[in-house]
Design a binder for this molecule. Structure first.
Ligand SMILES: O=C(O)c1ccc(O)c(O)c1
Ligand SMILES: [Mg+2]
Length: 626
């Protein structure tokens, strides 16, 4: 067990104060920061709130914030000291020992550090008489104080044992600052409290950035792990506390967000090198994708897949499950009643209910998932069938963990399925699929951070560049998570508009889900030609797209005609990012739900054809002839 307490500020979570506290306790936090507003809107007394915390096993590590206190001219100064006394009463009832004073943001704040120091010394003296402590934090937008070194100068000048420094990763990192020199400058006993928050890199003023876009460690792009390492290296031993102001978190279920928070904190501890977890799995591809279906949908989806060259390759030994293969791609259609798949089908209709990742060591991957608070799952199995361990994604879908060496020998399929004889070695397989290129998911906006942390922390996938893709009816935000040397690629998409393809999918089918699956091939033209011959419904791309493509990339007429004839979109990689080229085509959706893509990467192309997304989404919104 770590020697620090793990804490969360109530402002991170949705609901009433009791909702927030219950969620924090259920996730496994040891302590909370009580955000004053959450107490003001609570119907009980401060003493009752304190009792609720202790009944739930939560220490009240901090009461916050106390604003606009220091360096004010009279009569405000005297009034602020009275206000502090009143809040000390509240803290006493609440059982909170420390109050956070954030740096003054009033225009009237006086510039002299000695005035700030005098006021904080007076406040600390009054706090000390009541056995309380005062921590001083630099807000990145404070009028006179916005860096930790300035706050420390004032704390040092005040020189009172009940006054110390509070560090908040957001305020430091958002200004491009860091903690270098902390160990030399600040004695460990003067580091009173540490708050952790991550955030995406945005160019906006720190106040708006902080109040709306903070996220848990691992969900953003700030070096929170290094910040934490520096704090602990300086000898800090108090609580590590998450303080996130985020519009999505405020409306999302408190229990999921609290669990994400603790997962992010544990991930940050690992990144800082102070908590050891089972190592991330070494990924080597998507072994299968599983669809929840019923008998009718199995029939229809099987036929749809047939047009893409998938043949029925096996039937499960004991369940209503079939295996469909094209080359090295395995798709499983699961119509078994009373299964994880049927639960999913009842709620969502035909949809992807599971994926299988090839990993080096499923046991270690499972142990890592558990250490990061991800629920695991073991399906009931028949005699002699194997039980493949799985991790539950934030939306309840399953990620199975399959040992890579076993997939090479196909053991996992032989054990559970009556397999059909494979096609003859010399049978032509034009545009044969070499694997799953990527699996794209459409998520509600509030699920984006949950999923990104899940893939990043549990599976070690790395976030790629974020894109804003223009659907005719709104923007789609997209960010892919990739790993295993490009063998696992998972774009995550959200859209605030309910009318985009992504938005309609999410709202029509009750939440998150796989929106499309791309198969890789060495010859996309051969694959689409064969698919078209089998009657596959391929997406038509308008002529303007090809004209623009010719102008942008200097392709000749013959090449353009060939692309168009095969329904192919084309992209070239950024030479700085490895270059290469990408040819890809899409099917129409299956029952207006998910669709498939054929993808041909050459020369180290590492993207997803984002430049083509606008044309593709416009074509998808247009009625197409079948
Ligand atoms: O946005 C704020 O006002 C605010 C208040 C208290 C904090 O600890 C903080 O980091 C920000
Ligand atoms: Mg803070």
């Amino acid at each position: 067990m770590p020697h620090w307490k793990r804490s969360v500020a109530t402002v991170c979570l949705s609901g009433t104060l009791p909702d927030k506290l219950e969620a924090a306790a259920a996730a496994g936090f040891d302590a909370v920061e009580i955000f004053e507003n959450d107490l003001l809107t609570y119907e009980g007394t401060a003493a009752e709130a304190g009792r609720l915390c202790s009944d739930l096993g939560l220490e009240v590590a901090l009461f916050q914030p106390f604003r606009d206190f220091e360096a004010m001219p009279e009569p405000q100064r005297a009034r602020n000291l009275d206000r502090a006394e009143r809040k000390f009463d509240t803290m006493h009832q609440l059982g909170a020992r420390m109050v956070l004073v954030c740096s003054n943001v009033q225009a009237a704040a006086l510039p002299e550090p000695e005035r700030a120091a005098d006021d904080l010394r007076e406040m600390a003296e009054r706090a000390a008489r009541r056995g309380l402590l005062v921590g001083y934090e630099a807000l990145a937008w404070g009028t006179r104080v916005n860096r930790w070194r300035q706050a420390w100068e004032i704390v040092q000048r005040a020189d009172h044992p009940a006054l110390g420094l509070i560090l908040d990763s957001f305020h430091t990192l958002c200004l491009g600052d860091d903690l270098s020199g902390l160990t030399e400058a600040v004695p460990a006993e003067k580091l009173f409290f540490v708050q952790l928050a991550d955030a995406p890199r945005l160019s906006m003023d720190p106040l708006s950035w902080s109040r709306h876009h903070r996220s848990f460690p691992g969900q953003g792009e700030l070096p929170v792990g290094a910040f934490l390492r520096d704090v602990l290296a300086a000898g800090y031993r108090g609580p590590l506390s998450l303080e996130i102001f985020n519009d999505e978190f405020r409306s999302a279920p408190a229990r999921r967000i609290a669990r994400d928070g603790l997962r992010g904190l544990i991930w940050a501890e690992e990144a800082a090198g102070v908590t050891e977890l089972p190592a991330s799995p070494v990924l080597s591809g998507v072994e299968f994708v599983e669809f929840a279906v019923d008998a009718t949908a199995a029939e229809e989806l099987g036929a749809f897949l047939g047009t893409l060259g998938f043949r029925l390759a096996g039937r499960h030994r004991s369940k209503a499950v079939t295996l469909h293969r094209n080359g090295d791609v395995n798709l499983v259609l699961n119509a078994e009643p009373d299964s994880a798949a049927s639960e999913r089908f009842e709620q969502h209709g035909p949809c992807v209910c599971a994926m299988g990742f090839r990993v080096d060591d499923p046991g270690r991957a499972l142990a890592r998932a558990e250490a990061l608070l991800s629920p695991t799952f073991r399906e009931r199995t028949g005699e002699g069938e194997r039980r493949i361990p799985a991790v539950r994604a934030p939306d309840g879908t399953l990620v199975y963990l399959i040992e890579a060496t076993e997939t090479a020998t196909r053991r996992i399929w032989e054990d559970d399925f009556h397999l059909e004889p494979p096609p003859a070695a010399d049978a032509p397989e034009p545009g044969r699929f070499g694997g799953v290129d990527h699996v794209a998911q459409a998520l509600t906006a509030d699920m984006m951070d949950s999923f990104s942390l899940f893939y990043r922390a549990v599976f070690g996938l790395e976030p790629n560049q974020a894109w804003e893709l223009p659907d005719p009816y709104g923007l789609v935000r997209s960010r892919a998570f990739t790993g295993g040397h490009g063998s696992v690629r998972l774009p995550l998409n959200t859209s605030e508009s309910g009318r985009t393809g992504t938005g309609r999918f999410v709202s029509a089918f009750a939440g998150a889900g796989v929106h499309h699956i791309a198969f890789c091939t060495a010859d996309a033209a051969a694959a689409t030609e064969a698919a078209a011959e089998r009657g596959a419904p391929l997406l038509d791309i308008p002529g303007n797209y090809y004209e623009d493509l010719g102008a942008r990339l200097g392709l000749d007429g013959e090449t353009l005609a060939e692309l168009r004839r095969h329904h192919l979109l084309f992209d070239r990689g950024d030479p700085a990012g490895g270059g290469g080229a990408f040819r890809h085509a899409y099917t129409l959706p299956f029952q207006d739900r998910f669709f498939f893509e054929v993808a041909e990467r050459t020369g180290g192309y590492d993207g997803f054809g984002a430049a083509n997304a606008g044309a593709r989404m416009a074509a998808q919104q247009r009625p197409q002839r079948r």
